[in-house]
Design a protein around this ligand. Sequence first.
Ligand code: GLP
Length: 241
Amino acid sequence: MKIIEATDYKDMSKIAADYIIQKVNQSPKIKLGLATGGTPMGIYSNLIADHKKNGTSYQAVTTFNLDEYVGLSGDNPNSYRYYMNDNLFNHIDIQKNNTFVPRGTVGDVVKECESYEDLLTKHKGIDLQILGIGANGHIGFNEPGTSFHSQTHVVQLAPSTRQANARFFSSLEEVPTKAITMGIATIMKSKEILLLVSGEVKKEALKRLLTENVDEKFPASVLKNHPCVTIIADKAAIAGL
Ligand code: GLP
């Protein structure tokens, strides 16, 4: 794993966005894997600013999101589909039908997981996956203990994850208890992975990732088995490690 140290959140977001922009310009039909949460917001605002200023085009880009809450429809402001439309897709020239987010309100969510996995296979996988990390080491919504062989599946969210994400909702009770997430094996099939780590709150997770063995108890540790991972971490997350 290659590590790039950024000075702060702003710098981390700029470095990651510049990297993505370069890849999109090199390969206009690139398939991007996208993440939600607080961490990638700065990347998306940089991509929008660059699109407006330099005209980088996403017309031929296809995107696949990591996860979605079960029970939230795309017009619910807390759904990840809404987040992606609002924070990125509505502001660039991407074709909406080339943007894929698992659907959390279909009748049969297990079938939705299978269809999502099939869709990824049909598109021959992701070229560049953007990842954040949970304080407990989760990637996507793959909580500690998830099999490294897992494909897209329905998960029960850990209380700590619901707590961490409650800041986006009006109350903890409103945070869904289940989600659909790409599995760990699904994520590992990406050709390249960019992992973003920012803030003191992620310091322990980064330390565990860098120092502990590969173990299902700490999902992000699997990334050590991937041939092409770059971590971009800011000073607050990396200091003293
Ligand atoms: C969330 C998301 C993950 C995200 C992680 C960290 O629950 N499902 O995809 O990477 O947890 O979130 P944040 O960036 O807000 O700290």
